[in-house]
Design a protein around this ligand. Structure first.
Ligand SMILES: [Fe+2]
Length: 392
């Protein structure tokens, strides 16, 4: 067997109404001064109310930082970390989507370690200590609550990652109640992102491992089985629970078998056109998978029966193609944008997107098939409006 390592969050609480348990969790860290990291929309929607009430009734001091925005800019993270230091915070609690959780991970790290953010971009450079950290996701998508990764938008608009085991939280608290009010388009985008995590983990080129494989398979079954219901009937607790569990399992999988070209090609779309991460993924998903088919056919064929049991009896090439088609159908049925043109991309933007995608070397090395600039340009070109162009 190929040697492998596997790391994940040491404590998981998955329960409806889990906010009520926060005082006990906080007490286990002997913390008194909590920083709640969140966003105005999440707080305005009342999603932090139960947590804040529980912490207040336990006599704990809570500093609220509610200025997190999507695709968190570095200066927002640095401001929050300074506030945490000024307030002598001794535990960071995050309630929100992936951007909030990514922010909180770095706030807990920077506030305690004293490191500079621009010195720790990359893999394994964050080696200091961090404050105790509890993460509560309000979307079923990023899996950030169980990954050692934070994605930051730099002042030049580039997306950079900090990857370090130090960013794994002490505890992930998952409460499906917090996801019941998510709009259908957010449910679709974040759910598709989670499915991409599972697929790219399963086909990851260098760190594919048997634990991630099993997590990815279970995640895909949960996500594919519930995403349509979660989009059409948002108050369905069972579907919401499956989505939240599936996204966490996919997060555990890709934290140890990293994602690849779908994410590499999605990031420039998000950075340049301010398209959400999940929608960016959906826009390039089937194009990248069709490109990967010659090298990933056997693995896609292994996953195909999770979506359609009849695929188990098909030749590998047919099963793999059916798997890609099934994903395209999910994207369509859930109302994800069908073309780059729909989100404002024009033909003259393709070269910049392809250039920026090639900078995502951390991700591209994991792809089952090598991606050149010409390949990236061709995938974007087809995603623009279904027509293939040649590189200018
Ligand atoms: Fe993602």
């Amino acid at each position: 067997m190929t040697p492998f390592t596997f790391q994940t969050c040491p404590n998981i609480l998955f329960e409806l109404g889990a906010s009520a348990k926060l005082p006990d969790l906080v007490a286990s860290f002997r913390a008194q001064r909590i920083m709640l990291v969140t966003g105005k929309n999440v707080r305005g929607a009342g999603l932090t109310r139960a947590a804040e009430a529980a912490l207040a009734s336990a006599g704990l001091q809570v500093t609220v930082f509610e200025d997190v925005v999507a695709d968190p800019p570095s200066h927002v993270i640095e401001t929050a970390a300074q506030l945490a230091q000024q307030q002598a915070v001794d535990l960071v609690l995050a309630i929100g989507g992936g951007s909030t959780l990514d922010t909180a991970k770095l706030v807990a790290y920077l506030a305690r370690s004293g490191d500079q953010l621009d010195r720790i971009y990359g893999v394994g450079l964050a080696q200091g200590q961090r404050l105790p950290l509890i993460l509560m996701p309000t979307t079923a998508g990023t899996g950030s609550e169980v990954t050692p990764i934070s994605i930051v938008t730099t002042p030049t608009g580039e997306k950079k990652g900090v990857v370090s085991p130090r960013l794994l939280p002490d505890c992930a608290v998952l409460d499906p109640d917090l996801t019941l009010g998510l709009p259908a388009h957010v449910t679709a985008a974040t759910g598709i992102d989670a499915m991409v995590h599972a697929i790219e983990a399963y086909t990851s080129r260098h760190k594919k491992n048997p634990i991630s494989d099993q997590l990815a398979r279970k995640a895909l079954a949960l996500l594919a089985g519930s995403i349509r219901t979660a989009c059409s009937d948002g108050r369905n607790v069972e579907a919401r629970s499956n989505m939240l569990l599936g996204s966490m399992l996919a997060g555990m999988a890709f934290a140890n078998a990293p994602v690849a070209a779908v994410h590499a090609l999605a990031y420039p779309i998000g950075a340049v056109f301010h398209v959400t991460h999940g929608v960016s993924n959906a826009l390039v998903l089937t194009g990248v998978m069709r490109f990967n088919l010659p090298h990933a056919e056997a693995l896609y064929a292994e996953l195909a029966p999770i979506f359609d049991p009849q695929a188990a009896s098909l030749p590998a090439a047919e099963a793999a193609t059916r798997f890609v088609d099934s994903l395209a159908a999910i994207c369509r049925d859930c109302g994800a944008p069908a073309s780059l043109a729909e989100v404002g991309v024009r033909e003259e933007d393709l070269a910049r997107l392809a250039t920026d995608a090639m900078k995502q070397t951390r991700l591209l090395v994991n792809n089952p098939r090598e991606v050149t600039y010409q390949d990236a340009f061709a995938i974007y070109s087809e995603a623009l409006d279904g027509k293939l162009r040649t590189v200018a």
